[in-house]
Design a protein around this ligand. Structure first.
Ligand SMILES: O=C(O)CCC(=O)C(=O)O
Ligand SMILES: [Fe+2]
Length: 195
């Protein structure tokens, strides 16, 4: 499993060839044709009033513990998204339940901020970068902090890339630079060990 030396401190896995190109193409087409963004999503409710664009596919509660794999697979409209989860689950997270599935979009000026996805270790976050192209000078990295508050790892939104990490690691989606006219699109799966 490809683990980068820098991210090793925090066990952050970066995968650049997890998916077939056709799988990513299908999801990108689905997003272009069918996903309409809603503004107002917050990474952490009640902590920071700033929000970004979002589409919540399963509309589960943030603390949901029920496996949503069957629900995702059963919806014909979400077939392309379900195929990505199937690959992630089989190859990277066997024995894990799908707890949440949603997507974020960040346009210039609408960046994330440092947060944890789960208070205790054990829950995994999968971030899949869906822009068909990304230039390094567009910025928009996902950054990870250690206990001292230093950035120990940064991941650029390269097309089709996936990063998997423990949800208790402090992280943030950094803003896109002002020369970036695209929306930075990420698809998230939140997963926990099946009981
Ligand atoms: O878009 C990203 O880089 C990270 C998203 C994230 O942290 C989240 O949705 O919890
Ligand atoms: Fe997060």
């Amino acid at each position: 499993m490809p683990v980068l030396p820098q991210g090793d401190e925090l066990s952050i896995q970066r995968h650049d060839d997890l998916f077939e190109a056709a799988q990513i193409d299908a999801v990108q087409t689905f997003f272009e044709e069918d996903v309409r963004w809603t503004y107002g999503w917050r990474s952490v409710n009640g902590v920071n009033p700033l929000s970004h664009w979002n589409h919540d596919f399963l509309k589960t509660r943030k603390n949901n513990q029920q496996d949503q794999t069957q629900r995702l697979a059963a919806d014909p409209a979400l077939r392309a998204v379900a195929a990505l989860w199937d690959t992630v689950q089989r190859r990277c997270l066997p024995g894990h339940a799908l707890l949440r599935c949603y997507a974020n979009a960040h346009t210039y000026g609408v960046e994330g901020y440092p947060h944890v996805d789960s208070p205790a270790p054990g829950q995994k976050t999968v971030v899949i970068y869906l822009n068909p192209r990304w230039q390094p000078d567009w910025a928009g990295e996902t950054v990870f902090f250690n206990a001292e508050g230093d950035i120990v790892h940064a991941v650029l939104p390269r097309p089709g890339r996936a990063v998997i990490f423990d949800g208790s690691i402090l992280h943030a989606a950094r803003g896109v630079s002002r020369i970036c006219t695209a929306a930075r699109v990420t698809l998230m799966f939140k997963a926990g060990r099946s009981s």
